[in-house]
Design a protein around this ligand. Sequence first.
Ligand code: ZN
Length: 238
Amino acid sequence: MPRNDLKKHIAGTRIKSVDRRAKFLIIGMVNGAELVIHLGMTGRLGIFPQNFPKAKHDHCRIQLDNGKQLIFNDIRRFGSIQVMPPGSSFCNSMQINLGPEPLGREFTPQYLQKLAVGKNRPLKNFLMDNRVVVGIGNIYASEILFQAGLKPERKICRLTKKHWVEVVKSCHYVLEKAIKSGGTTISDFVNESGKNGYFQLELQAYGKQGEPCSCCAAPIKKITMAGRSTFFCPKCQK
Ligand SMILES: [Zn+2]
């Protein structure tokens, strides 16, 4: 944790903006510095009253001038906090390596098809690559491909425009539904309002191996791709 950088660049200044890029929260300060937070798998960030009791795994507590405090708590320590000094923007430093947002305007069937030319990669790995598109993790990748009716192992160079239209449509459908229902619950995850996300209840493929597909009743299959559990319907997904 960058204690000295926090003191030097963040203490005493004012928050100007709160933004997100990929899985990073970016809190911009009026002096140009940025506080960049990644929640990892179990990180929680929240605003709490002044006298809120200290908890185990509180890695950072920042006193705000309205008497409240911003607390970052992370049980498993996969999360991170970094300070970008004034003049060095986190987005600029990451831009070259990060693809567009899945709900943004640049994420189109044409964009994906162009990128896939001559590439033999499996579709699921392609969608989970941050250089292609940001923010699609393992759970959502399985759900999106179930929705699109495409096998996770499909080679991307063989997909047609029609397939890519389906992929983009399914990304929008699954992610918008997930956002509306508050995110996905895994173990102890809670969203910023402290409530459990409910998307888990509506998963169609992820974690459902052996259970009947909601469309055709064939048992959902589980395989491992790039070291990650992958779920699909062997009948509906082609
Ligand atoms: Zn099916």
